[in-house]
Design a protein around this ligand. Structure first.
Ligand code: F6P
Length: 348
């Protein structure tokens, strides 16, 4: 291999997501096809600062397309938020003859990629997060697999919930975004969904869910599923809920356990809280995640080969496109009002 051969690096950053390995494979194989030497950076931006590199050849990314997690390891790196950290990263890139870097992660990781781009390294972001909360893209790698995991788990919960005629109150991931919760509530035939984006609207708050359950009971329904998004129910994020009809809960942090207690008190349905947690981040990526990861990883390298930098790959209306990172970070993503309506009109 000649000394002058240009290098492209790839790293995974932030929370892992099923499909990251498929994206790494696509980046490495496309880069080799285009004549680059490919290098993996271990442990995200921290590994870049510390110079933790591995050479990646064609066979080094064999047998990973079907695996969850990330073969490169991932981390959330505080040091890379400061200019000193970015300078250290840049120095390592130059030492390695690394002209480009593909960053697989979420919005926080793209900020770092944009900063490093401005220092002359061609950085391209590829959206990977189970939350699907990146505004510039319709789809993020890992979302489909995570939702399929939720559906599988809730189907199991339904069996026992039905047998005992209970209410299953299930907390799903999504930090501050209700996309997983809303989609899974539809797919699982849930009676109620609580998401941060709607929790202060009295037509969609906890009392509204209680009213739905009571109405469904009148219609003969005997067991219930309520999906709670992490942004509402996670103990770290949960807050007192404004305007609840039952004043005895006033001022109380309404996490998923408290929500189950409230539902039981006001519907008479024995309730159990289940927090699915990190199981949602694991497992074999679905077909969709493998295909989108391959398309996005491929596109990221094509952008570097075309001399582009400071871009994030996205999927819009079925097509792979890309945006300026700074522009992309200004966008906002909203919950699908149509899907919310479907949930509302069919869940009773
Ligand atoms: O962003 C992905 C995500 O899984 C969120 O849904 C969740 O809030 C967070 O990461 C959990 O992060 P950690 O793995 O650091 O606990």
């Amino acid at each position: 291999m000649s000394e002058e051969q240009k290098v492209i690096g790839v790293l995974t950053s932030g929370g892992d997501a099923p499909g990251m390995n498929a994206a790494i494979r696509a980046v490495v194989r496309t880069g080799i096809q285009r004549g680059y030497k490919m290098v993996g950076v271990i442990h995200g931006y921290q590994g870049l600062i510390d110079g933790e590199f591995i050479d990646l050849g064609i066979r080094d990314v064999s047998d990973i397309i079907q695996r969850g997690g990330t073969m490169l390891g991932t981390a959330r790196c505080k040091e890379f938020r400061d200019d000193a950290g970015i300078e250290k990263g840049k120095a390592k890139c130059i030492e390695k003859n690394m002209v480009g870097l593909v960053v697989l992660g979420g919005d926080g990781s793209f900020r770092g990629a944009s900063d490093l781009s401005r220092k002359g390294i061609q950085c391209i972001g590829v959206p990977c997060t189970i939350d699907n909360d990146i505004a510039c893209t319709d789809y993020t790698i890992g979302y489909d697999t995570a939702m399929n995991t939720v559906v599988e788990m809730v189907d199991k919960l339904r069996d026992t919930t039905m047998s005992h005629e209970r209410c299953a109150v299930v907390e799903v991931m999504g930090r501050h975004a209700g996309h997983i919760a809303l989609n899974c509530s539809v797919a699982c035939g849930a009676t109620g969904v609580l998401i941060e984006e709607k929790i202060e609207d009295e037509r969609n708050n906890l009392d509204a869910v209680v009213a739905k359950i009571n109405k469904a009971k009148e219609n003969g329904k005997r067991f219930f599923v309520v999906i709670v998004a992490e942004g509402v129910g996670n103990t770290a994020f949960a807050k007192p809920m404004k305007g609840l009809k039952d004043a005895s809960f006033e001022g109380r942090k309404m996490d998923t356990e408290a929500i189950a207690e409230y539902i039981e008190k006001h519907t008479g349905a024995e309730s159990r809280a289940t927090i699915l947690g990190h199981v949602q981040r694991g497992g074999r990526p679905s077909l969709r995640d493998r295909v989108v990861a391959s398309e996005m990883g491929h596109h990221a390298v094509e952008l570097i080969a075309a001399g582009k930098s400071d871009r994030v790959v996205a999927r819009k209306e079925g097509k792979i496109v890309d945006y300026d990172i700074q522009e992309a970070l200004k966008l906002e993503k909203t919950i699908s009002a149509d899907l919310y309506q479907v949930m509302d009109d069919t869940s009773f």
